[in-house]
Design a protein around this ligand. Structure first.
Ligand code: ZN
Length: 391
């Protein structure tokens, strides 16, 4: 860091964050050691209580938005939110089953930290909490800061989406603390993802005695799967993957039912409705007479499309990183996140500004411990220098 490029107030914040490495790692270990799979409301709420206790002990205000099904949402604030806030986002849920934290508690080999959700995205939650604290402590934020800690991202944020969109509509910039990517990357573009469940109904019959009276749902779903996969258009970034399929009753029964689940991805918002119309047509068309089908969308993420304002935010972030000695690149990924919701309501958004990690959703998940402080510093400096974006 070259001293002359950083103001005295900025230096206070950066230096304070630099001194918090051990405290950050301690909070990370505490959060990782609490099971918080999306459907474990009690666990997701325990992670929330640990965060609230931390915020409380540092004088950062917050409110809890109760949820009966999934974990409660937490909204921490620095300053009094208005209609031009700085929005930090993060989710507390993981994809791991109950007992995982006990089987595989937080460990560190000095360079990397391991444990369920360490990178995706408990390290990001830790980072946001310390940055909010630093901004509060040294009055560093040029606008009110809102930090969301949501509870259901791993299943498409069915209950957090409205809250995220409402906060994003009154945000002048949004930074989502999903794990940073190796080689100092953040994410500037993401595909959209739609999860669809479908069911085919046929007619049962004895496969030997009255074969011709049956209508095979399995035969029909096979036609549909081939037709669905044919909607894939790689140059346009549209993919369809039927990832789950099942059906039938016994080997000697013409199958009365079959079901599947598909993952539909796209990049261009215009491709959403057009592709769904084709899915609808495939479901409506019965190649095997006597069969019918229904389908329903059960989870949906919107795409992160880089707007001109989002590009400016990325440039600001990369510029602040450069001041601190880091060369940040922006990359596109087919994976989805809550950043698609904020970007889709028009809020300038950059994703994956969290500490760097990889192998999310697997037992090999890790976070680079040495990136927690630097990523917190880059985030804090970006916020402190975002003033001209807000005026
Ligand atoms: Zn995540």
């Amino acid at each position: 860091m070259s001293g002359e490029e950083v103001s005295a107030q900025e230096r206070q914040v950066l230096d304070w964050l630099a001194a918090q490495g051990n405290a950050m790692q301690a909070l990370l270990a505490q959060l990782v050691n609490i099971d918080s799979g999306t459907y474990n409301k009690a666990g997701v709420d325990r992670v929330g209580e640990a965060i609230c206790a931390f915020l409380d002990s540092h004088g950062v205000g917050f409110d809890v938005i109760l949820n009966g099904t999934f974990g409660n949402a937490i909204r921490a604030t620095v300053g009094t939110p208005g209609d031009r806030n700085i929005l930090l986002m993060g989710h507390r849920d993981t994809v791991f089953p109950d007992g995982e934290a006990q089987r595989r508690p937080f460990t560190s080999d000095g360079a990397r930290g391991y444990g369920p959700g360490c990178a995706d995205m408990k390290a990001g939650l830790v980072m946001n909490s310390f940055v909010a604290t630093a901004l509060k402590r040294f009055s560093g934020a040029p606008a009110p800061v809102v930090a969301l800690y949501t509870a259901d991202e791993e299943i498409g944020s069915p209950l957090s989406r409205a809250l995220i969109e409402a906060e994003a509509r009154r945000a002048c910039l949004v930074l989502n603390a999903e794990p940073g990517r190796p080689a100092d990357a953040v994410v500037t573009g993401r595909k959209a993802g739609i999860f669809i469940r479908f069911e085919v109904t046929g007619k049962a019959a004895h496969a030997g005695a009255n074969f011709e009276q049956g209508a095979s749902a399995i035969g029909e779903i096979a036609h549909k799967i081939v037709a669905l996969h044919a909607l894939t258009d790689l140059p346009k970034g549209i993919t369809i993957n039927v990832g789950i399929v099942g059906g039938g009753q016994t080997v000697n029964t013409v199958a009365p039912s079959a079901r599947g689940e598909m993952d539909l991805r796209y990049i261009d918002p215009a491709d959403r409705d057009a592709t769904l119309k084709k899915v609808e047509a495939i479901m409506a068309q019965a190649t095997i007479p006597g069969t019918s089908a229904t389908f329903e969308i059960y989870a949906e993420f919107l795409p992160l499309v880089q707007s001109a304002d989002s590009k400016r935010l990325f440039d600001l972030y990369a510029g602040c990183a450069a001041v601190l000695g880091h060369t940040i690149t922006g990359l596109f990924t087919g994976g989805c996140s809550d950043a698609g919701f904020s970007a889709s309501v028009g809020a300038p958004t950059v994703c994956a500004v969290g500490p760097i990690g990889s192998r999310a959703h697997s037992p090999d998940e890790y976070v680079e411990l040495g990136t927690i402080v630097p990523r917190a510093q880059i985030l804090a400096l970006t916020i402190m220098r975002s003033g001209e974006r807000i005026s």
